[in-house]
Design a protein around this ligand. Sequence first.
Ligand code: HEC
Length: 146
Amino acid sequence: MPNRIHVAFVAGLLATAVFGIAQTNVQVKQVPVNPTSAASGKLMYQNYCIVCHGADGKGDGPAAVALKDQPTDLTMLAKNNGGKFPDDRVYTVLQFGVETPAHGTKDMPIWGPALRSLAKGSSAADMQEHQRIANLTMYLKSLQQM
Ligand code: HEC
């Protein structure tokens, strides 16, 4: 089976490596979340989010075809919210995941515990989790199209 894309995922969920370009057979698997700088929303996005949401945030990452739910177009969050970027909602979604769906489970990972795990139990874990989520939220804000 040569034409196969493996999209690796994080332990709390996170996707990364894409091996080869294929047509239809995409597999998504979980891998441990790799360390990144908590200071860079962009770097975290590139490591954790791009595989589903795509390089420009439009929801067309390589893993998208393997998911039941289409990844949200993250460049439209403000537009779809009356022109105001929904900071609080995005922060909450990243920390606790999307709201429980009526049918089945969501493909969007819950990031709080995975990002927190990068602090390795340090006493500053709360602060680091907050910093990571806040910086990711700010990065998404910078992607908005009006
Ligand atoms: C495994 C694929 C996958 C990964 C990795 C992923 N997402 Fe998502 N994301 C989704 C899917 C699917 C949805 C749509 C969920 C739904 O049905 O509402 C979504 C929705 C979202 C939403 C919109 C929630 C809302 O309704 O307001 C935001 C914001 C978001 N993702 C941010 C991120 C960020 C930031 C990262 C990286 C830290 C990330 N996602 C990583 C699949 C993924």
